[in-house]
Design a binder for this molecule. Structure first.
Ligand code: GRF
Length: 220
């Protein structure tokens, strides 16, 4: 008798929102192409035409699109257009990876799927900008990065995972930013993998796969 066929696992369809250099996007893409992440990058969306993220998507033949905020009368109009474009690639998950715009509440509500964001601090400490300088100014012994669900509070959605490093006596904001970035990449990959594998679940309603858990990943 042959064993029952196991149900086919569909790779998680990921759309990335990014404004800048795009190193987190690249880390996700590398993990996918090295079979370390059961996912597919279905689109990259940016508010900056000249961003590294858009250049990378273009070079790697990943579907991408840029929307200029100046072409929209209001933040809500921009967000509606962004969410509509993203919905067209039918993502399971939107990853904000260095997306330097606040998304309005109506924009968040219009998203076709759950959205997560990577933020360079140990939230709830230091939402917003200049996180590394703020951690240094406060004399913190530890600093790090968090992945959280995007909710209508700036960097205030439910925390899904965190990774930390020790602050060194000779750290400058730039040096600290560099060392935090190095742990952001494995943190984001591990978090998206946990979502893809159902260890962090993502639905609030019956129509999504799972429900959000406040799940902290341990990184080696
Ligand atoms: C990262 O530090 C991320 O945490 C923050 O913006 C930066 C983006 O870097 N939100 P990159 O564009 O992914 O290289």
């Amino acid at each position: 008798m042959s064993a029952p066929a196991s149900p086919e696992v569909r790779p998680l369809r990921i759309a990335v929102f990014a404004s800048g250099r795009g190193s987190n996007l690249q880390a996700l893409h590398r993990a996918i192409t090295h079979d370390a992440l059961p996912a597919q990058l279905v689109g990259v969306f940016s508010d900056k035409a000249g961003s590294g993220a858009i250049a990378y998507a273009e070079a790697q033949h990943i579907a991408h699109s840029h929307l200029d905020p100046k072409s929209f009368a209001t933040r809500e109009d921009f967000d509606a257009a962004l969410m509509q474009k993203a919905a067209a690639v039918t993502p399971d998950l939107i990853v904000c990876a260095g997306f330097m715009r606040i998304i309005s509440e109506t924009g968040i509500r219009a998203a076709a799927c759950p959205m997560i964001n990577i933020h360079p601090s140990l939230l709830p400490k230091y939402p917003g900008l200049h996180t590394h300088a703020r951690a240094l100014a406060a004399g913190d012994a530890e600093h790090g990065a968090s992945v959280h669900r995007v909710e209508a509070v700036l960097d205030g959605g439910r925390i899904l995972s965190q990774a930390k490093i020790a602050v060194m006596p000779d750290d400058t904001p730039e040096r600290l930013a560099q060392r935090v970035l190095a742990i952001e990449h494995p943190l984001l990959i591990a978090t998206v993998r946990a979502i893809a594998e159902g260890r962090i679940t993502l639905s609030e309603g019956a129509d999504t796969r799972v429900s959000w858990l406040n799940h902290r990943l341990e990184l080696e």
